[in-house]
Design a protein around this ligand. Structure first.
Ligand code: AOF
Ligand code: ZN
Length: 376
């Protein structure tokens, strides 16, 4: 609950956050933003940022209103308005030109060009500006974790997903893992793939499963970029990942240990190869994430789909931001059967990473555990 904002304000702000969600998957690397305009208790118009490079939420909401009604209206925003000229004009100009007299904002924009500047401009021009705190602010921040981590660290936000048995195994001792989770759990994963910029696996998983890592849901068009962590450039040229590279972008992360001929063959087949450095795997993961975040079209969010070795390197690098674990009603056993996260891990429980939030959900016969390790 927010003490400062009235119940009515909170309701419209919640609506703005909800509208922002419509941009999920389409606005990246921009944030999801929703806007609601109200005057005298009457809803005048709504809008959201629909697609990267196109109009911002504020402009869409303003366009949905009769311009004559806007003077003295209140604008509710899930994210502070921009004040810079980018692909779009500054929203602060549009807000002032419309004569909007009050702006209520749910969350900050941590990028250098924003960071409270837009709110300062509006205040200087006499607009009454209020910023939410508490649950609503958190809900708005959670909507933009990829945008926020990328703005603050230059790296993509990482969601690690895995499916394990009741005894915490992701495969049998022979490496068989198809399928631990229920078909409806696997459909959820396709939904998550459609919501992130990229899907990543390690070379072990790429060779063992020959996955496509594409979204295969009815009506889905947008595909995440596919990333393989493959130090020695061993990804087979006849793998499904490489064969689809001309249609769906494939990025292969190699180290200096990769033979030049293998790198060239992957590039000729249409893959984009990034060479990372660092003396151990966690450092190479960090370098890879920094390079992915610095691309012309940056990767701001990533679904990490395994396997345990790569997940261990991400975890040791401190780069797993959220975990989603399906627990299936199976017991596999076996001392050599693998578990979701390897690497070095913590040496003492006091050093283990405690989740900042944990939720559970039943998906058919599986339990889905969602744990945030960090919030941005
Ligand atoms: C807003 N409202 O709906 C969005 C904002 O290149 P541009 O002009 O589209 O600017 C993109 C930046 O603007 C983006 O990185 C973020 O800081 C902010 N996004 N701001 O006021 C919006 N999408
Ligand atoms: Zn804007």
């Amino acid at each position: 609950m927010d003490e400062q904002l009235s119940t009515v304000d909170q309701e419209y702000l919640r609506r703005a956050i909800e509208l922002g969600r419509n941009g999920l998957g389409d606005v990246s690397p921009n944030p999801q933003v929703g806007a609601v305009i109200v005057k005298g208790g009457e809803l005048l118009g709504e809008g959201w940022h629909q697609r990267y490079g196109e109009a911002h939420a504020e402009l869409n909401a303003i366009a949905a209103c009769d311009p004559d009604d806007l003077r003295g209206a209140t604008l509710y925003l899930s994210l502070e308005p921009c004040c810079h000229q980018g692909q779009q004009p500054p929203c602060t100009d549009a807000i002032l030109a419309a004569g909007i007299s009050r702006v209520v904002v749910a969350s900050d924009d941590p990028s250098d060009k924003a960071n409270g500047r837009g709110l300062g401009i509006l205040r200087d021009e006499g607009v009454d500006v209020q910023v939410a705190a508490g649950d609503l602010a958190e809900a708005a921040r959670l909507e933009n974790q990829g945008f926020r981590k990328h703005a603050r660290s230059g790296k993509p936000w990482v969601l690690f997903k895995s499916a394990m048995s009741l005894d915490g195994k992701v495969a049998t001792r022979e490496g068989d893992s198809q399928w631990i989770s229920d078909a409806s759990s696997r459909e959820k994963v396709h939904q998550w793939r459609s919501e992130v910029d990229a899907v990543a696996v390690g070379i072990g998983t790429a060779i063992a499963d020959d996955p496509q890592l594409t979204v295969r849901l009815p009506g889905s068009q947008r595909q995440p970029r596919r990333i393989v962590f493959d130090s020695e450039a061993r990804l087979p040229l006849d793998s499904q990942l490489v064969e689809q590279a001309p249609e769906v972008e494939l990025i292969v992360i190699v180290s200096r240990a990769a033979p030049r001929s293998a790198v060239e063959a992957l590039e000729t087949a249409g893959a984009h190869v990034l060479s990372v450095s660092g003396e151990n795997e966690p450092l190479r993961v960090s370098d890879a994430l920094a390079q992915l975040g610095a691309l012309d079209r940056p990767v701001t969010s990533m679904l990490l789909e395994g396997g345990p070795h790569l997940a261990g390197a991400f975890f040791d690098a401190g780069e797993i931001d959220e975990l989603r674990l399906f627990v299936a009603p199976l017991v596999i056993g076996g001392a050599s059967a693998r578990d979701p996260i390897e690497g070095m891990g913590a040496s003492a429980i006091a050093e283990a990473t405690r989740a900042v939030s944990l939720t559970t959900e039943l998906v058919a016969d599986d339990v889905l555990l969602s744990a945030r390790l960090r919030e941005w």
